[in-house]
Design a protein around this ligand. Structure first.
Ligand code: GLU
Length: 447
């Protein structure tokens, strides 16, 4: 395989799909050497097949807002790869959603799901619907209209959506209610991230953040360090940031910054339980403003407009918001302020320049597809509970999540350890995920 040739072909074919091209480039660069040691992959054109989604559904979603006006959005479901199991991945509702964004997310999801050790293929979906400023009724009507098209593409053994940016427990509830009505199927396993009384797994809401901190602990342990007493900055204040703040605090770290699209809140004394609880209210309000934290906790959370979490001096940076949210300049600022570790919790949260800067300057770095895989892994555990018609208790789910994150870390070390002994977590995660998917594709023939 020649990465450059494949990239040139994809660039010519999809010139505007920059996030998708970025995600593919990163994976191909990582796997090139290993791939070239396997002529059977080349013969079966594994890479050429793997970079294209199996299929893409695009649909119009029309709904009526609170003023009685008709609104139209676009909806998508991208079923990327089913080599190791049914399609699995979240739905993103955000005004910037495009096919390129969902293709990058579906591509990443395929490798991430392979890392979880569970049998799940990769998918992603969503809409350019903007939840900011929408009422609860508008959210419900939109979710119902979205499901009117989606229901026919999904199923507990075909494709199992879940949440992502802009889609949490409330949205999954509205989507599930409408799915049942349309499909007349009552199998709870069709969606994950459900409520606790109707098939949801305990700890699923916390799982992405908790899993990210378990991974970070293993990474620090390998590097001979401890998270206790360390200062942490995280971006965002949604579900993922909430889980990460909870677990980081529980493990003895001090979360001193959270951020939003409007700016950053510096919390010099460290985030408290009340503040972490308030993050949930901030998300549910659909205002999308981190300044609300400073208004609620004056003197304790200090808001600065237009600044990112990466401007606050910390030991560990945890991007928890959106792709490409941490640039090379941010990486330089973090280092200048003493930061020595960055675990990407958002999907592709760091720009390529930032990743290279971290790697070339001795800053520990691990990519989202390894760090944040605890979310989808716990979705996999939710599917198992649904299939068995049982619910596990918190300890059982947490133990399994812990075990999975440990195994993901081990896979990264196995495939990412370099001749000088240091671990390249980007390579490790990409090669480990790729090998599993590629092998499965090979064994299933040319389809
Ligand atoms: N959206 C999450 C992710 O990026 C979770 C997906 C799922 O649970 O299916 O992995």
């Amino acid at each position: 395989m020649k990465t450059q040739e494949i990239m040139a072909r994809l660039q010519a074919k999809y010139p505007l799909e920059k996030e998708y091209l970025q995600a593919v480039q990163e994976v191909l660069e990582s796997i090139e050497d290993v791939y070239n040691q396997h002529p059977e992959f080349e013969k079966a054109k594994i890479v050429e097949r793997m970079v294209e989604p199996d299929r893409i559904f695009t649909f119009r979603v029309t709904w009526i807002d609170d003023k009685g006006e008709v609104q139209t959005n676009l909806g998508y479901r991208i079923q990327f790869n089913s080599a190791i199991g049914p399609y699995k991945g979240g739905l993103r509702f955000h005004k910037a959603v495009t096919p390129s964004m969902l293709k990058f997310l579906g591509f990443e999801q395929t490798f991430k799901n392979a890392l979880t050790t569970l049998p799940m293929g990769g998918a992603k979906g969503g809409s350019d619907f903007d939840p900011v400023g929408k009422s609860n009724d508008e959210i419900m009507r939109f979710c119902q209209a979205f499901m009117l098209e989606l229901w026919n593409c999904i199923g507990p053994d075909q494709d199992i959506p879940a949440g992502d940016v802009g889609v949490g427990g409330r949205e999954i509830g509205y989507l599930y209610g409408m799915y049942k009505k349309l499909a007349r199927q009552y199998n709870t396993g069709v969606l994950t991230g459900k409520g606790g009384t109707w098939g949801g797994s305990i700890l699923r809401p916390e799982a992405t953040g908790f899993g990210a901190l378990y991974f970070t602990q293993h990474l620090l342990q390998k590097a001979g360090k401890d998270i206790k007493g360390k200062k942490v900055a995280l971006s965002g204040f949604g579900n993922v940031a909430w889980g990460a703040a909870t677990k980081a605090t529980e493990l003895g770290a001090k979360v001193v910054a959270i951020s939003g699209p409007d700016g950053v809140c510096h919390i010099p004394e460290g985030i408290t339980k009340e503040m972490i609880d308030y993050m949930l209210e901030m998300r549910a309000s659909n205002r999308n403003k981190v300044e609300d934290m400073a208004t609620k906790f004056p003197g304790k959370a200090l808001f600065t407009a237009g600044k990112k979490a990466w401007s606050i001096p910390v030991d560990i940076a945890l991007p928890c918001a959106f792709q490409n949210e941490l640039s090379e300049d941010d990486a330089k600022e973090l280092k200048a302020n003493g930061c020595w570790c960055c675990c990407e919790v958002s999907n592709m949260g760091c720009q390529p320049g930032a990743i290279h800067f971290f790697q070339n300057n001795g800053i520990l770095f691990a990519p989202g597809k390894a760090v944040n895989a605890g979310g989808v892994a716990t979705s996999g555990l939710e599917m198992t509970q649904n299939a068995e018609h049982i619910s596990w208790d918190a300890k059982e789910v947490d133990d399994k999540l812990h075990f999975i994150m440990k195994s993901i870390h081990e896979q990264c070390v196995k495939f990412g350890t370099q001749p000088d002994g240091h671990v390249d977590y980007v390579k490790g995660a990409n090669i480990a995920g790729f090998m599993k998917v590629a092998q499965a594709m090979l064994e299933q023939g040319t389809i």
